[in-house]
Ligand binder design. Structure first.
Ligand SMILES: Cc1ncc(COP(=O)(O)O)c(C=O)c1O
Length: 466
């Protein structure tokens, strides 16, 4: 048996071998295409990673939504150390939890209107499914249709995966899912009219982090009106965008008076340490669904793991930090550097950058083009990759990400959804100088040209023999 000491002494090759044998061999093959798949992280602090060879990397992924507070925020660490030192209790639900109680209060305090009743599972997918389940229960099973947008990411469980609904989600899912076009009210109206009196919920991301698209104010307010008229439970999924990321505490909060019936959150809610999510319902909606003795225990999405002590204590601190340190303002300050910088790059590289879009500290750079020879490369790509109509875009975007990492020590990512933008989404503790450095480095990488970047990327992949 390996010990923790053994694990911490592994070389990267040993870790790859163990992944090949016990996790997924193809995952090793895929991720070792990038520098970061061929290295291990020794430490993580703030916006930086330190590799086992001592190299320092600027992490502008923002942990894909998890790290608004950065890595290992000192206040988050202190809470967890204190929890362990004082031997607090994690598990039993038959004793009431002061942490859960305080967290519920704080959520109600910072959210607008009567969004005040919360439940605290572990993952985003669970929060989404909990919200949809609540909506179904609100209508007592008398309605059977739930509407989702064509551009969405809501998770990968059987239910949330079906609600995400990408073509590649070839699994059974919950019944009654129908689709409307993102940000198109006429399309929602048509979908509702197709199922008269039968729609129990509409699920939408006001800002879609996986495609970098935002709903207009007019669309969101129209959705609210429609849901009020038709008594449909409106669910906003802000699992990624919560806690300041796009420049307001939650994206929808930039529109005064606008309220969903249920809001989902996760990721930075756990301060980068705690695996916790929440769905928060408006009080009357929650009460009608679950507030009676017979149904009081039905709202949970998992019987064992929800509302654990240390997870709630961590989230309590994470929320306090986001409010005290004004994370929305920090996101806006980061955006004030990113937006003009990235727009300038798009102007300077019209054949490479199709567009840039985003809000606050979450921006997408849509890379496209590249020499015609790449079409041939895409056609000859191994396995199922050649059948992917977006393979060329993914290839050129990966080549840019790889060069940013290797030449400049900057770690970015791209999304597998929509038009596969390269994402610059720094943690909200990132220094403005580091944000500027990221824009400059991306400019230098793009100056090299997509043809050369792809050649380098492919050569390295071949040479690394992974
Ligand atoms: C908007 C949104 N909803 C749901 C999820 C699913 O969360 P999880 O991966 O924790 O299941 C994600 C994850 O990226 C997300 O961005």
């Amino acid at each position: 048996m390996y010990t923790l000491d053994d694990a911490e002494r592994f070389e990267v090759g040993e870790v790859h071998d163990l992944y090949r044998r016990y996790v997924n061999k193809s995952q090793v093959s895929l991720m070792t295409s990038f520098g970061f798949g061929r290295e291990l992280v020794a430490h993580a602090e703030g916006a930086h990673l330190t590799l086992t060879d001592g190299r320092r990397i600027l992490d502008v992924t923002g942990g894909v939504g998890v790290l608004n507070h950065g890595h290992n925020h000192p206040r988050i660490l202190a809470v967890r150390e204190r929890f362990a030192r004082e031997r607090r209790m994690e598990v039993h639900k038959t004793y009431f939890s002061p942490y859960l109680a305080a967290l519920g209060h704080n959520l109600a305090e910072v959210l607008p209107g009567d969004l005040s009743m919360s439940f605290l599972p572990n993952s985003g997918a669970e929060a989404v499914e909990g919200a949809v389940k609540l909506a179904f229960k609100y209508h007592n099973g008398k309605r059977r249709t739930v509407l989702r947008a064509d551009r969405a990411f809501h998770g990968k469980l059987l239910g949330s995966g079906g609600l995400t609904g990408q073509a590649q989600f070839a699994f059974p899912t919950i019944p009654g899912i129908d689709t409307f076009t993102y940000n198109d009210l006429a399309s929602v109206r048509r979908a509702v009219a197709t199922h008269p009196g039968d729609v129990y919920a509409i699920l939408i991301e006001p800002f879609s982090a996986s495609t970098i698209e935002a709903c207009s104010e007019e669309f969101l307010r129209g959705l609210r009106e429609l849901c009020d008229r038709e008594k449909i439970v409106l669910i906003f999924d802000e699992i990624y965008t919560g806690w300041g990321k796009t420049g307001t505490l939650f994206h929808f909060m930039r529109y005064p008076g606008l309220l969903p019936d249920v809001l989902t959150t996760s990721k930075s809610f756990g301060g980068g340490k705690s695996s916790i999510s929440a769905f928060v319902a408006r009080e009357p909606v929650f009460r009608k669904a679950y507030d009676n003795l017979g149904d009081a225990l039905l709202q949970s999405t998992s019987t064992t793991y929800y509302g654990f002590g240390e997870e709630c204590a961590t989230a309590l601190e994470a929320v306090n930090i986001a409010i005290e340190d004004d994370y929305p303002a920090r996101a806006r300050a980061i955006g004030a550097v990113l937006e003009p910088g990235l727009r300038r790059l798009a102007k300077e590289h019209p054949d490479t950058v199709a567009r840039v879009d985003g809000a606050g500290a979450l921006w997408g750079v849509f890379i496209d083009g590249g020499p015609r020879i790449l079409d041939l490369v895409a056609k000859l790509a191994p396995g199922g990759m050649a059948r992917d109509p977006r393979f060329k875009t993914k290839l050129v975007t990966c080549a840019v990400i790889s060069a940013l990492y290797q030449d400049h020590g900057i770690f970015a990512y791209y999304t597998l959804n929509g038009r596969n933008p390269l994402i610059i989404g720094p943690s909200l503790i990132t220094e403005p100088a580091d944000v500027e450095r990221t824009v400059d480095a991306l400019g230098t990488v793009l100056d090299e040209g997509l043809g050369r970047l792809v050649t380098r990327f492919v050569k390295q992949k071949v040479a690394s023999q992974w």
